[in-house]
Design a binder for this molecule. Structure first.
Ligand code: 5AD
Ligand code: SF4
Length: 333
């Protein structure tokens, strides 16, 4: 597909958009069958050393936020709930802080034992040193989400106060130490161009990642971007469809931000070719403290996912990575 064609398809609506989605669903169903991978997420901490302009958990807010860290015991207990729900992908995510590392070193092997090793442990805890990634891999973490957010280096620096280059280096490190890696982008970030979204799509291909998410920008309270216009679901959905067409093998989540922007948004994500959904297992108290998108974010329950997946004519399934890891001799814990 040419860049010109991508730019055009990113803006289609009406019947042309429906045709695009139909093609993209066909690509998904050919590659994965009509299935959706289910993840369970545990939100480890709302403390973060990064200062992203779009996020209420940014460093400048840490002092005024009601901060928390889950203990290893609590994480393992929640992983037990995820297991009891029949979910075999445990997503451990949180703000970027090295303080979670000792906690994870305790928790991850215990989660693996809980599952008899039949589990994918997916991390989303930010930029770390290569040696730290190696250690996490060696204790049994299997996959890692580290989103490039925007491939425009100047915009990346402006929004995250970190370089795109450092982010990409971490992604390479993760791949080299044996993680399955997921990237992702935010669409309609203030200052983003359509051309840079085409770059985002191409970057996902160049990086050779296994997963890629798309989230429409949400102007979150208590951030420098609180007054910026909210991102559009249609653009985000068209990006999902293009990613699916360009790289049929990608895991692409239908994220809660889609539902937050418009009711029915997550169901449209599945229509556009997404094939992952994440159920939130945080306690009500921690949900309120994990301030992504602000206090009134949409919290996804298992019932919501079940209903939505069934209505889309799809079936739930487990991790696509576990078998591969078992064959390659995952460390016994
Ligand atoms: N709008 C959209 N996506 C956001 N994220 C964080 N804040 C926002 C926002 N305001 C996404 C980013 C980040 C993940 C934690 O959530 O992609 O990686
Ligand atoms: Fe930290 Fe992630 Fe929020 Fe950025 S988006 S401030 S890295 S929690």
């Amino acid at each position: 597909m040419t860049r010109e064609e991508m730019r055009r398809l990113l803006l289609v609506n009406g019947s042309e958009q429906e045709e695009l989605f139909a093609e993209s669903r066909k690509a998904r169903d050919l590659h994965f069958g009509s299935t959706v991978v289910l993840r369970g997420v545990i939100e480890l901490t709302n403390v973060c050393r990064v200062n992203c302009d779009y996020c209420p958990m940014r460093r400048d807010n840490v002092r005024e936020n009601d901060t928390y860290f889950l203990t290893a015991d609590r994480i393992v207990e929640m992983a037990g709930l995820i297991r009891d729900s029949g979910i075999d992908v445990v997503l451990l995510q949180g703000g970027e802080t090295p303080s979670v590392l000792p906690i994870l070193k305790d928790a991850i092997p215990r989660i693996r034992r809980l599952y008899n090793n039949q589990v994918e442990i997916l991390l989303n805890i930010g930029n770390l040193k290569r040696a730290q990634y190696e250690r996490l891999r060696s204790i049994g973490a299997t996959s890692y989400i580290l989103k490039h957010e925007t491939s425009d280096p100047a915009l990346h620096l402006r929004m995250r106060h970190e370089t795109l280059e450092s982010r990409l280096r971490c992604m390479r490190d993760l791949q080299e130490v044996g993680f399955k890696v997921g990237t992702g982008l935010i669409s309609d970030l203030p200052g983003q161009t359509l051309d840079s979204i085409v770059d985002d799509i191409e970057l996902a291909g160049e990086l050779g990642v296994d997963m890629c998410s798309v989230s429409p920008f949400i102007p979150a309270p208590n951030t420098p971007l609180s007054l910026s216009p909210v991102g559009g679901n249609e653009l985000a959905l068209n990006i999902i469809a293009l990613l699916r067409l360009c790289y049929p093998q990608l895991l692409i989540p239908s994220v809660s931000a889609l539902e937050r922007v418009g009711s029915g948004g997550q169901s449209r994500g599945l229509d556009a070719g997404a094939n992952v959904m994440t159920v939130n297992f945080s306690s009500a108290t921690d949900q309120k403290r994990y301030l992504i998108y602000g206090k009134d974010r949409f919290v996804v329950t298992l019932d919501h996912v079940r209903g939505l997946v069934r209505a889309s004519g799809l079936e739930l399934r487990g991790s696509v990575f576990i078998d591969e890891y078992l064959m390659s001799g995952e460390p016994a814990t």
